[in-house]
Design a protein around this ligand. Structure first.
Ligand SMILES: NC(=O)c1ccc[n+]([C@@H]2O[C@H](COP(=O)([O-])OP(=O)(O)OC[C@H]3O[C@@H](n4cnc5c(N)ncnc54)[C@H](O)[C@@H]3O)[C@@H](O)[C@H]2O)c1
Length: 342
């Protein structure tokens, strides 16, 4: 039997979800408050268009899975509505903008008995998988430190392309929208974060309600130290998105613009990470590029989980951890910067 899906939020990333869903199940409905967006996606896939989640859920289309692709600040409410209506949910990243909201989502999943998965497609990037395997085998020995560098470019055209981008309430900040994948990988490799110190600035984007650059020092619970240097001011285009591990038995840097290559490796015991070219394309949004294009693997994993053949590649608790780390960073932040829109 082919599973039935709905996509909530018919914007850019929804296109990618729809393409993968249509190869694995049936996209029976889509929902967007902007009629043209819902109609456009619906007509492409022969789905029924809805313009409010309430109408969608009241219609009782016998849907199995909802893909929540709405703006960040709406993920919690939309996910909880769908779970309470008896649908499994695949929620886009970031899981939510507050830890408290993530807890509400996890509670709703527990009380409904439905699966809540969060999109963390970079966990499937070949270099990320290879390094995680080395860490799990303890082949790198003790990690001393981990450094995350994210130097991306986002300009005014990006922020005017949707009315939620750049707002504190719905976007949340560049750690949520641009760099949460990197934080997830850092957490996956190095574990729980204990404390952070952060300096944030807004140099160039006065029309957004948060930072456009930041530098963070991190102390992990296990004694590892780390840093995250992040910006959307890289001139003209993205230059780097990397995770570097300095460990007892090796040093490795995963890089390329989208964590899609090994930039450097020097590992003990003549170990070498070898990558093939397979599956290392980035998501292309036209005027800007985003993270690697592994949403197909996220769907394959979710479907296996629903058949009791696998565990989630990223659980809801993992989703919460990213939000918790970002919350810690923003709570510890010292503002260095210029004025920005309130
Ligand atoms: N996994 C990834 O790498 C990745 C990449 C891009 C975006 N995302 C995430 O996907 C989400 C959407 O991003 P996008 O780039 O597609 O944004 P977008 O602005 O293109 O699309 C969002 C859509 O949600 C709709 N919407 C807003 N409120 C709604 C409501 N109450 N009910 C139904 N629809 C509503 C909007 O009209 C819009 O069409 C964001 O959370 C973003 O962080 C993830």
């Amino acid at each position: 039997m082919r599973l039935k899906f709905v996509i909530i939020g018919c914007g850019k990333i929804a296109e990618r979800h729809a393409a993968h869903i249509s190869k694995r199940g049936v996209l029976v409905a889509v929902c967007d408050v902007v009629k043209e967006k819902a109609d456009g996606l619906a007509s492409k896939y022969g789905a029924k268009a809805y313009y409010s989640i309430k109408d969608l859920l009241d219609a009782d289309e016998c849907i199995d899975i909802a893909a929540v692709c709405t703006p960040n600040g709406l993920h919690a409410a939309h996910t909880i509505q769908c779970l309470n209506a008896g649908l499994h949910v695949l929620c886009e990243k970031p899981m939510a903008l507050r830890v408290e909201d993530c807890r509400g989502m996890i509670d709703a999943a527990k009380s409904s008995g439905k699966v809540l998965a969060v999109v963390k497609q970079n966990r499937f990037n070949p270099p990320v998988v290879a390094v995680k395997e080395l860490l799990d085998k303890r082949a790198l020995g003790k990690i001393y430190s981990i450094q995350v560098n994210c130097y991306w470019n986002r300009e005014a055209d990006y922020y005017t392309s949707s009315n939620w981008r750049g707002t504190k309430e719905l976007d949340g900040g560049i750690l949520f929208t641009q760099f949460s994948h990197f934080i997830d990988i850092m957490y996956w490799f190095a574990g729980e974060v204990e404390t952070t110190i952060a300096y944030l600035s807004n140099y160039h984007h006065q029309y957004i309600q948060f930072e456009d650059s930041g530098n963070t020092i991190i102390k992990f619970r296990n004694g590892v130290t780390g840093s995250i240097n992040f910006t959307i001011n890289s001139y003209g285009k993205n230059v780097e998105g990397s995770v570097t591990i300095i460990a007892e038995k090796g040093c490795v840097k995963i890089g390329g613009p989208y964590l899609n290559t090994i930039e450097f490796q020097n590992l003990a015991e003549r170990q070498v990470i070898e990558l093939t070219k397979e599956g290392i394309q980035a998501n292309d949004y036209g005027t800007y590029q985003g993270s690697m294009s592994n949403h197909d693997k996220v769907y394959d994993n979710l479907l296996k989980v629903l058949m009791d053949q696998d565990q989630l590649s990223a659980s809801a608790e993992d989703g919460l951890k990213t939000v918790e780390i970002i919350e810690k960073i923003y709570q510890s932040a010292v503002w260095m910067g210029r004025s920005f829109k309130q």
